[in-house]
Write a protein that binds this ligand. Structure first.
Ligand code: NDP
Ligand code: MG
Length: 380
């Protein structure tokens, strides 16, 4: 039995993690979870899973839940997230919150010796060097949940990392892959939220449309697999069947394929090194699919991917600025305060007006993260 603490249980990855836990009750048990403001769903999850500890975003919800479920421990805010992350009964932390708010809980869980299953890519983008150093120091595995990184991780089983020539991260292209830059001027929030292959939370769906999601994934791959950016490529593959590939020195390429269903990589992170029956029971039917398509990635068309490569290569605090500026800009787009193309304009301005600080400490990262969030609001 593996005991699980889940941050972001009410989100897209969170709910799919609960599905995986539910479909293998003899293997997994939810002992703690956190949610944000969706209290109705929080109550349903408590009733169904009966965890020992639950953390919510706001104090008023915490007060209310304590009355309703007197036999369960509650907490709230960032302290609550951390409490859930380090809960002593848990072996594994699944971090499925959105944004760099996931950084502190992850670091604390590493120090507490928890296995980390990470969906929360913003944490690795904003402070990858600190997270991976801590994981090495405390000898804690950081297992990928993101489908591309799970694919690479699976392709690398039994391989010597020294033999890697390059990683090939596949990209579906998001909601607007077939639109020209001119056509992008007019797109709406609803258009952007309509992803062709995956059903995901709002922020990552916008990130997929701007291609920032792929940019964040490039930086995530750099940290998870310890490879330089020159060895990380992105390939457009609209079917989302090949989740990513690894090319080796002998020119062999190993790929991982599957139906586009996040429960498969989530489950692999939880069951690793074992494999369990798929929660959805669906098999990949290549004969029915017939053809798979590939196209080179155009970094002029997808400027956010270009920014991410540049920020990643430069290192220091630039990835923190990239991530914080993106989080703010995407929220502004979702609130209909800015247009779609203004997302990348804001990120570009934030990056260009930042004086990079190399080898930043955790304190410096937090400071730059906050400062960038304030600055982006004034850049409009
Ligand atoms: P969602 O927006 O669907 O869910 C986010 C979760 O985090 C919710 O439970 C939300 O709570 C909670 N949350 C949000 N803000 C806070 C906060 N300030 N404090 C505490 N909790 C908070 O996101 P996704 O599930 O789509 O994505 C989660 C992470 O996984 C992201 O980093 C994303 O990039 C990554 N990812 C997602 C994939 C997907 O298919 N969705 C695929 C690969 C990676 P509430 O709703 O209750 O307010
Ligand atoms: Mg992904």
């Amino acid at each position: 039995m593996k005991y699980i603490s889940l941050l972001g249980a009410t989100g897209s990855i969170g709910m799919q993690t609960l599905d995986v836990i539910k479909s293998h009750p003899d293997m997994f048990e939810l002992v703690a979870f956190s949610s944000g403001k969706n209290i109705e769903l929080t109550r349903k999850i408590i009733q169904e899973f009966r965890p020992q500890l639950v953390s919510v975003a706001e104090k008023k919800d915490y007060e209310q839940l304590k009355q309703i479920f007197p036999d369960i421990c509650f907490s709230y805010g960032l302290d609550g997230l951390i409490e859930a992350a380090v809960f002593d009964k848990a072996d594994i932390l699944v971090n499925a919150v959105i944004g760099s708010v996931g950084l502190h809980p992850t670091l604390q869980a590493i120090e507490a010796g928890k296995v980390i299953a990470i969906a929360n890519k913003e944490t690795l983008v904003t402070a990858g060097h600190i997270v991976m150093d801590a994981a090495a120091k405390y000898n804690v595995p950081v297992l990928p949940v993101d489908s591309e990184h799970s694919a690479i991780f699976q392709c690398l089983q039994g391989e010597n990392p020294k033999n890697i020539e390059r990683l090939i991260i596949t990209a579906s292209g998001g909601s607007f892959r077939d639109l020209s830059r001119k056509e992008l001027e007019q797109v709406t929030v609803d258009d952007a939220l309509n992803h062709p292959n995956w059903s995901m939370g709002a922020k990552i769906t916008i990130d997929s449309a701007t291609m920032m999601n792929k940019g964040l994934e490039v930086i995530e791959a750099h940290w998870l697999f310890g490879l330089p950016y020159e060895k990380i490529d992105v390939l457009l593959h609209k079917e989302s069947i090949i989740h990513s590939m690894v090319e080796f020195h002998d020119s062999s390429v190993i790929a991982q394929l599957g139906t586009p269903d996040m429960r498969i990589p989530i489950q692999y992170a939880l069951s690793f090194p074992e494999r369990l029956a798929a929660a959805n029971g669906k098999k990949l039917d290549l004969a029915a699919i017939g053809k798979l398509h590939f196209q080179p990635m155009d970094l002029e068309r997808f400027r956010c991917l270009h920014f991410a490569f540049e920020a990643g290569k430069a290192g220091g605090t630039l990835p923190t600025v990239l991530n914080a500026a993106n989080e703010v800009a995407v929220q502004k787009f979702l609130n209909q305060e800015i247009s779609f193309l203004q997302i990348e304009d804001l990120i570009e301005k934030a990056l260009n007006s930042h004086q990079n600080i190399l080898n930043p400490s955790l304190e410096v990262i937090q400071e730059i993260d906050l400062e960038t969030r304030k600055r982006v609001s004034t850049l409009l």
